[in-house]
Design a binder for this molecule. Structure first.
Ligand SMILES: Cc1ncc(C[n+]2csc(CCOP(=O)(O)OP(=O)(O)O)c2C)c(N)n1
Ligand code: SF4
Length: 341
């Protein structure tokens, strides 16, 4: 069955708002991610009943209650597994995985890795607030070394994981990053996530104003953002800065920030190719962090390869052509043992 987006339905943002009382703290970054998703969904031309939002456990995982589509608030860390099952048994559905840094990278890390490497056609939104919000402020796998929390009173001694590194290593076919406070950017990225065929992973920097307020502020605040972040754009030079006066070049196998002028021009900068099958540059870029480098947002990788669901359906079809439509009841009652051919 095809999952091509049809353009017949005419829906509005209101159609995707549920009647549930939103139970996030006032000021939480989750509101922005919800609002931008509700903005993107109606324009996809997909009937509402074709969407399924699957989450694990955490504040972020309350998301499916608030989107007026089908949804499953599943078990801790298992959203990728549940969502894979939903997608494989109903390939015409558009299945989204909603997870947090704790849910997706700690207890659910294994599940997340495998749905990405299998290229299951899922849209995976990882809300990264670098903390466990729902359980009131314990450190998470993305918390920085030395982070003092209720569960790490002397400072965390865990090295943090970089979610983009993980997604690239797991060979997700679409890998991106955005942020709650840049709504325009977030909308653009969510639109692209929604339209990607295959495992599409996006990390969204999300402020938990109660337990980890300002975790990203030193580079996301509006006044400094242009100088401390870089927006990766396909086919464009890697340029940044309020005055578009800085850029990235490769020196050997390392990235370097250069200032434009004095003989250095835009033409000397690296031009980004998100469709490069070799993820080396994507990996290098995603390793950049402030203050040594600008923090990258945008699409790191966007490639197309057969999805798990396409390949599975292909095998089912092949098997039917070879052996005819199966009869499970008959098979079960055929005897104590049976041969799989
Ligand atoms: C099996 C299991 N282990 C632990 C918990 C406790 N628990 C609930 S949510 C959560 C972490 C949530 O953090 P995150 O995914 O970052 O989501 P946030 O609340 O920050 O959005 C934990 C550890 C649980 N509910 N079930
Ligand atoms: S605890 Fe943090 S993540 Fe959870 S709703 Fe409140 S602000 Fe948001």
């Amino acid at each position: 069955m095809s999952t091509a987006i049809d353009s017949t339905a005419k829906l509005t943002r209101k159609d995707f708002e549920s009647d549930q009382e939103v139970r996030w703290c006032p000021g939480c970054g989750d509101y922005s991610i919800l609002a931008q998703t509700q903005k993107v969904l109606p324009d996809l031309g997909v009937p509402r009943e074709k969407f399924v939002m699957v989450s694990g456990i955490g504040c972020s995982s309350r998301f499916p209650y608030y989107v007026n589509t089908y949804g499953l608030h599943s078990i801790h860390g298992r959203a990728p597994a549940v969502a894979s099952g939903v997608k494989l048994s109903n390939p015409d559905l558009f299945v989204w995985v909603i997870t947090g840094d704790g849910d997706g990278l700690s207890i659910g890390g294994n599940h997340l890795v495998h749905c990405m490497r299998r290229n299951v056609d899922l849209k995976i939104i990882l809300f990264n607030n670098k903390i466990y919000g729902l359980t009131k402020g314990q450190y998470s796998p993305t918390s920085e070394l030395g982070k003092k929390t209720k569960s790490t009173p002397m400072g965390s001694i865990d090295y943090p994981i970089n979610p983009i590194h993980l997604a690239l290593a797991a060979e997700a076919t679409f890998v991106a990053r955005s942020l709650d406070v840049d709504t325009k950017h977030l909308v653009e990225i969510l639109q692209r996530v929604a339209k990607h065929k295959g495992a599409a992973f996006v990390e969204v920097f999300q402020n938990c104003n109660i337990f980890n307020d300002g975790a990203f502020r030193n580079f996301t605040d509006r006044e400094i953002r242009d100088d401390r972040m870089i927006a990766i754009q396909h086919g464009k030079p890697l340029i940044f800065g309020k005055d578009h006066d800085k850029g990235l070049v490769l020196k050997g196998i390392k990235l370097e920030v250069v200032k434009l002028g004095n003989g250095v021009s835009e033409f000397d900068l690296l031009v980004y190719d998100e469709e490069d099958p070799d993820p080396t540059l994507a990996y290098l870029l995603s390793g950049m962090s402030y203050p040594d480098f600008p923090v990258p947002v945008g699409v790191f990788r966007n490639i197309r390869k057969p999805t798990y669901d396409e390949m599975m359906l292909g095998q089912v079809e092949k098997s039917i052509n070879l052996y005819g439509k199966g009869d499970l009841e008959k098979l079960f009652n055929a005897g104590d043992t049976w041969v799989v051919e």
